[in-house]
Ligand binder design. Structure first.
Ligand SMILES: [Zn+2]
Ligand SMILES: [Zn+2]
Length: 129
């Protein structure tokens, strides 16, 4: 059984599938339940209010949303900055616009790679640059 340091509290533990120890998992589960309950009762709460009222750190709340555990469908005032442009977003790491742009540039990069591979196969690309 692999032994690892918990990423959250630093304690050694038998690593099963997550990089935090069982005690921290239990704590996060409790935090998650607290936040979810609070959101159900306070639909128009903001991020600062939720964190203050539940005692759960903003970082952890955002991580739960990014994981897809916490859904913001009914909470219009809850959002956090996109990791790319800083615009408010409500799911994942990026706002919808950046998600679209990133996936477009990713597929463009994939197209480029494919083209290069084909050129190499034909024995051309080698001389072209
Ligand atoms: Zn821990
Ligand atoms: Zn963005």
């Amino acid at each position: 059984m692999p032994i690892a340091n918990c990423k959250r509290c630093g304690r050694l533990f038998n690593r099963v599938r997550r990089d935090i120890c069982p005690a921290c998992v239990a704590e996060e589960d409790k935090a998650f339940e607290t936040v979810r309950q609070y959101l159900r009762e306070h639909r128009d709460a903001t991020m600062a209010e939720v964190s203050e009222e539940t005692g759960v750190g903003v970082d952890l709340i955002i991580a739960m949303i990014q994981d897809g555990r916490l859904m913001l469908r009914d909470n219009p005032n809850l959002h956090y900055p996109c990791e790319r442009c800083g615009q408010p977003t409500r799911a994942g790491r990026y706002c919808p616009r950046c998600t679209k742009e990133l996936s477009a540039s990713l597929s463009a990069a994939a197209r480029d790679l494919r083209k290069k591979a084909q050129e190499m196969e034909r024995g051309q690309g080698y001389y072209s640059r």
